[in-house]
Design a protein around this ligand. Structure first.
Ligand SMILES: CC(C)(COP(=O)(O)OP(=O)(O)OC[C@H]1O[C@@H](n2cnc3c(N)ncnc32)[C@H](O)[C@@H]1OP(=O)(O)O)[C@@H](O)C(=O)NCCC(=O)NCCS
Length: 204
């Protein structure tokens, strides 16, 4: 699996990418509400890294993808990681809890409330219909609007189409236009902060 747009290349990510994935997440997710729930502290960086490493090891149905820029090198002289995404091919019951226990730097109850709302929305919109879930997507601000996010969204949509299943994402305001472009529709109740977006299964 590999696709290329100019110098951007989509590939599977590996556990070695976890430090870069974590740095990129904090660079991309600058929304105040996210910063409140997941503050940019050393403890939270470690929490993110441990979470991703654990998911790499224990959740084979979660597919981590990276987009690298072959024209730009990181400190280890590897192509720079400019976007990453995580497509989860499991249903919520198979996956279980999405996150590890919250770090002490996070406001416990607010995090619990948010996740409960997201899970309920996913169940309300998708019910028991088999679907793939775009768990996380981020593009470094230096590389936004250059097609990296689309490469990752398209990867999961193509797989969903091939497998004859639907797709779902809890979309930020920044992400919603990108998902719309790939055929997701917004099923959110009025006034929601996060958009509940689903893409129906394609029939041949
Ligand atoms: C949302 C995000 C992942 C988009 O990634 P990206 O690599 O910039 O996306 P692309 O370049 O593939 O964008 C493809 C299309 O999506 C739409 N789009 C992407 N970002 C947009 C924005 N900020 N505003 C409006 N439309 C946008 C556009 O139609 C764009 O095509 P165009 O540039 O030809 O107009 C990126 O902005 C990001 O990481 N944001 C912060 C974190 C976040 O909110 N992630 C999504 C969580 S659900």
């Amino acid at each position: 699996m590999e696709s290329t747009v100019n110098s951007l290349v989509l590939e599977p990510a590996t556990p070695e990418d976890v430090p870069a994935i974590t740095e990129l997440w904090f660079a991309a997710f600058t929304q105040p509400v996210i910063g409140h729930l997941f503050p940019n502290t050393p403890g939270m960086h470690k929490w993110h890294q441990d979470w991703h490493l654990s998911d790499f090891q224990t959740k084979p149905y979660q597919k981590y993808l990276r987009v690298v820029d072959t024209n730009s090198k990181d400190e280890q002289c590897r192509p720079r990681l400019v976007a990453f995404g995580k497509w989860d091919l499991s249903m919520p019951e198979e996956r279980g809890r999405r996150f590890p226990p919250w770090h002490a730097d996070s406001p416990y109850q607010e995090c619990e409330d948010l996740i409960t709302t997201l899970e309920k929305e996913r169940k309300r919109v998708m019910g028991d219909e088999k679907h793939y879930y775009l768990d996380t997507l981020g593009t470094h601000p230096d590389y936004q609007r250059r097609g990296a996010g689309s490469m990752i969204v398209k990867w999961g949509c193509d797989l969903a189409d091939k497998d004859g299943v639907a797709a779902y994402v809890d979309a930020s305001k920044e992400g919603a236009p990108l998902y719309q472009k790939h055929g997701f529709l917004d099923f959110s109740p009025p006034g929601s902060e996060v958009a509940s977006m689903a893409r129906g299964k394609r029939t041949a």
